[in-house]
Design a protein around this ligand. Structure first.
Ligand SMILES: C=C(O[C@@H]1C=C(C(=O)O)C=C[C@H]1O)C(=O)O
Length: 247
């Protein structure tokens, strides 16, 4: 039977278009963060006497607490959420409820601080911790939205070919599920495209001919981020979602 309009809007092409648009924001967010050096005191030093939290933990927790949430975004500190100030918009229910709770926030947090940040920031400390953690939060939210889109992608792939997935969901075969949902050509396109975006968005625009050949974030680093971290974690979310799709 035909799906209601709001559900038929979610198909693989529209989701891929959204992931493509999200690349722009992710690349810009990384460029903004790269204006500051690594600034380790924002992450190491407990900033409150009675609490061992780092500045970045405090910043993310407090900021999240006053933002209302939509189902595309999952908080990093869910226990701190307050009643939203703005009544939430009623989004159509697309995800299968038991599987929708798949949450990669911890993995995204670790990936960002342990692997990504050292790759695209310079070593050093300029003391500008507030702006540093504010731009970290923008990167984290953008990455989290992208990675958790894997749930919508998995739902659509499942609906398009349930007979392919069902036996391996029952047998809990993550490896086969991973192969079934993988599209190598799509991944290769994305990895090349984000490098190009880093070149276009990250050059110094001048009125004279040509540019100085410098980029605000190294394009190869952006490809590497996607290839080694962003895409694999998105796919892991897809597998985890599918494993719970028949619960
Ligand atoms: C998101 C998708 O699923 C997989 C993950 C991809 C990604 O994270 O960019 C790309 C292709 C697929 O291997 C997709 O098919 O578009």
């Amino acid at each position: 039977k035909p799906l209601p309009v709001s559900l038929s809007n979610y198909n693989l092409d529209s989701l891929r278009e959204s992931l493509e648009r999200q690349e722009d924001f992710i690349v810009f967010s990384l460029i903004e963060r790269a204006r500051y050096p690594f600034n380790s005191p924002a992450y190491d030093i407990p900033h409150l006497a009675e609490d061992n939290s780092s500045l970045v933990e405090i910043y993310v927790r407090e900021t999240e607490a006053i933002e209302s949430k939509n189902p595309e975004e999952l908080p990093f500190f869910p226990d701190e959420m307050q009643v939203p100030v703005v009544p939430p918009h009623q989004f159509p229910q697309i995800l299968h409820t038991p599987a929708a709770s798949v949450n990669a926030s911890k993995g995204i947090w670790n990936m960002y601080f342990n692997h990504l940040l050292p790759l695209f920031t310079t070593k050093g400390d300029d003391g500008n911790y507030q702006q540093t953690v504010a731009s970290d939060f923008i990167c984290l939210q953008a990455l989290s939205k992208r990675v958790h889109y894997g749930r919508f992608v998995a739902e659509v792939k499942f609906r398009d070919a349930p007979q392919d997935y069902i036996p391996f969901i029952y047998s809990k075969d993550s490896e086969v599920l991973m192969n079934l949902l993988t599209s190598t050509s799509v991944e290769e396109t994305i990895i090349k495209r984000v490098s190009k975006k880093a070149m276009v968005f990250g050059q110094n625009v001048t009125l004279e001919k040509g540019n100085d050949g410098k980029y605000k974030v190294e394009p190869s680093v952006v490809s590497e981020l996607y290839k080694d971290w962003v895409i694999p974690i998105t796919k892991q979310v897809e597998v985890d979602y599918l494993l719970r799709r028949l619960d």
